[in-house]
Design a protein around this ligand. Structure first.
Ligand SMILES: Nc1ncnc2c1ncn2[C@@H]1O[C@H](COP(=O)(O)OP(=O)(O)OP(=O)(O)O)[C@@H](O)[C@H]1O
Ligand SMILES: [Mg+2]
Length: 302
């Protein structure tokens, strides 16, 4: 807890009043794998008793105040470009006139602060002690990365993860939003289950790369959302030329080319939709965001 002393005051207030009662702690040892299999599920395949496990002690699904449509960007495999796609789609949707926010639910490896050039900034609290989102390029954003020091990996287990997630989901003071994009951590574990069971999701977007392994993982991700009764909007194929995904019966939302500019823009904290709005890469994001915008405009919300 020594690192808390060195924290800026707003962060100290938040961590002490909130995380402290969660008995949250941080450690110098990376713990990234810890969340991937927290329920003791088999590493591959869908366990036959998943449905039974999910029914037990189900939290009630709640709406996020002021948010009409929640859309999760997900993949079972790590590093396929979820965060890059989530942030660019959110920015593209915002530019198409959809009031949009982004919530980074990757509490172990948040990347939205970096992607939006918001590293080191701290959210304010409103009079009710709810977190006020930060703004980048007109997009409202919240992330665990704003609340814990960078490079200080968090070692949270089941219940603590759930409580931290509850705070991110329900204790943020969003303005009126038509669309809240959730950037999910990789996998189909604790965080994903918490989200699917706690929130009324309007839909999920699965990100995949064309490699066989990633596609197999994509099928696992699709399966997860089907089992948790979440509407799957479709799949985005990242870093490839167009390929079919009919064989798994999922709508193809679009194809984001593998392009060094996307990576450079991400590293610079200016997502491609903002940095190079007229380029082919930005147009690829806009084409998908148009489909997303149509869906959220016709959906009445929870
Ligand atoms: N279409 C693309 N072209 C070039 N680089 C890309 C593209 N998409 C993503 N990248 C790069 O790939 C890397 C991984 O992307 P990103 O962090 O978005 O993946 P992720 O799925 O969110 O990862 P994690 O599972 O760790 O959350 C980043 O360096 C990003 O800039
Ligand atoms: Mg990510």
């Amino acid at each position: 807890m020594a690192s808390i002393i060195g924290m800026p005051s707003i962060l100290r207030r938040y961590v002490v009043t909130r995380a402290f009662h969660l008995r949250a702690f941080s450690t110098a040892h990376p713990f990234r794998q810890g969340h991937e299999n927290p329920l003791g599920l088999p590493r591959s395949g869908t366990p036959p008793n998943l449905a039974a496990r999910m029914k037990r002690g189900l939290p009630e699904k709640r709406a996020i105040p002021n948010v009409k449509n929640i859309v999760a960007v997900s993949s079972a495999k790590g590093g396929v470009g979820k965060s890059t796609i989530a942030v660019n789609l959110a920015l593209a949707a915002a530019r198409q006139g959809v009031a949009t926010g982004i919530l980074d639910t990757d509490i172990y490896g948040p990347s939205i602060p970096t992607l939006l050039g918001l590293e080191g900034l701290e959210p304010e609290l409103d009079p009710n002690n709810r977190l006020l989102p930060l703004t980048a390029y007109g997009l409202k954003a919240m992330s665990m990365g704003f609340l814990v020091p960078q490079d200080s990996p968090i070692a949270w287990r089941g219940l603590m993860v759930q409580k931290a997630m509850n705070q991110l989901m329900f204790e943020v003071s969003w303005p009126k939003l038509d669309l809240l994009v959730l950037d999910l951590p990789p996998g189909t574990g604790d965080v994903q289950l918490t989200i699917a069971q706690s929130l009324q999701l309007a839909g999920a977007i699965i990100v995949s790369t064309p490699q066989d392994l990633a596609l197999r993982d994509a099928v696992r991700g699709v399966d997860f959302f089907k089992k948790t009764n979440v509407n799957i909007y479709g799949m985005v194929q990242n870093m490839s030329a167009r390929k079919k995904c009919e064989q798994i019966g999922v709508n193809m939302l679009g194809d984001i080319p593998l392009h060094p500019q996307i990576c450079e823009d991400a590293d610079a904290g200016r997502p491609t939709v903002v940095a190079n709005p007229d380029g082919a890469q930005a147009q690829a994001f806009h084409a998908i965001a148009e489909q997303l915008a149509t869906k959220v405009r016709t959906n009445q919300g929870p």
